[in-house]
Design a protein. Sequence first.
Length: 255
Amino acid sequence: MSLWRSLLLVVLALVCYFAVQECVSFFIVRILALYAGIGGEPPAQMTGGYTLTVSLIANGLTIPALYVLFYDRNTYRAPVRLSLLWNVLFGCCLCVSLNSVFRLSELFPTYTEVSEHFFVGSLWLELLTIGVISPFLEELLFRGIMYKEFRSCAGPRLAMLLSALIFGAMHMNMLQFLYASVLGLCLAWVYERYQSLWAPYLLHAAANIFSVVITENETVQRFLSSGFGAVFTIVLLTGALWAPVFIVRSTRKEL
């Protein structure tokens, strides 16, 4: 496939993504302003509590737009297999591994601040938005459309790298860039292994849900800070290393 055609489709998909997101955000902010009887912009404290709600609505409207306009439904139509569940384990282990590295690293003293800013809202709204809807949208855009287009003209390895770096850059800060870039490489890899969008979605959703639970549940935080939590973290770190081995073995048998 032509490089320029692939780049054009990727750019158009990103434009569609940003256009829907910004339009929905704009109209919701205006509705809030009218509701409060304010002529201009509503105060920040008013819109802050609605961040996840805005994201949920915007993501829910962006998914069908990208699916209808850009997603090739004839690409990677592999059947759903039980071995896809390995990606849930991989996602949980990867989440703890990356979060542990960034939490302990002195290079990122703002880790806690970024986490608190990212996870705002009720637990169930966070789980629905961050853990279920957002991963589906991002997998559709970055693996189902972007990775597929890059792969068609540049091969799988370069496509994994490019899609992962763009995925990281979309998170808008250095900490999230590094986290999302590493995660993006793993997501593209399992997409390639399973030839199914369900594989990266399950990994992505598991990692995000685990992040929400760790961040919002004080009992879990205390456990992870204890001696038993350290052992548990080491077990998950080991799982993050071994899960890809089981994924390779299971896909080698089934493909």
